[in-house]
Design a protein around this ligand. Structure first.
Ligand code: F3S
Ligand code: F3S
Length: 111
């Protein structure tokens, strides 16, 4: 099991979650951030700090967002388990599912 970042992060990328992660396993794409499922230790620290509630425990994903488990895992198919997002920096690109999404509009107060 792992935590998963879902649709509300797309085109917002607040990044408050990154500072909370003790194992630095939240990686930056172009339109959202992704949790490396093999590196996440399920501490849950990231979940409450996201201002748009984009982070879920895998088992608690709402039905409409369940594709994001595979989206987070699939993002790492090319880069594997780098062992630290700050070392890697922005990865560039997104999972194909995210890249194909229309622009996501967010409340101006949060953007
Ligand atoms: Fe995204 Fe929320 Fe983190 S918007 S970058 S999951 S704090
Ligand atoms: Fe990090 Fe969140 Fe997992 S803080 S260890 S990605 S539950």
């Amino acid at each position: 099991m792992t935590y998963v970042i879902a649709l509300p992060c797309v085109d917002l990328m607040d990044k408050a979650c990154v500072d909370e992660c003790p194992v630095d396993c939240i990686y930056e794409g172009e339109r959202m951030l992704y949790i490396q499922p093999d590196e996440c230790i399920d501490c849950g620290g990231c979940e409450p700090v996201c201002p748009v509630e984009a982070i879920f425990y895998e088992d608690d994903l709402p039905a409409g967002l369940d594709a994001f488990t595979a989206v987070n895992a699939g993002f790492f198919s090319a880069i594997g388990s780098p062992g630290g997002a700050s070392r890697v920096g922005p990865v560039g690109g997104d999972h194909a599912f995210v890249a194909a999404l229309p622009p996501q509009v967010h409340d101006a107060a949060l953007a």
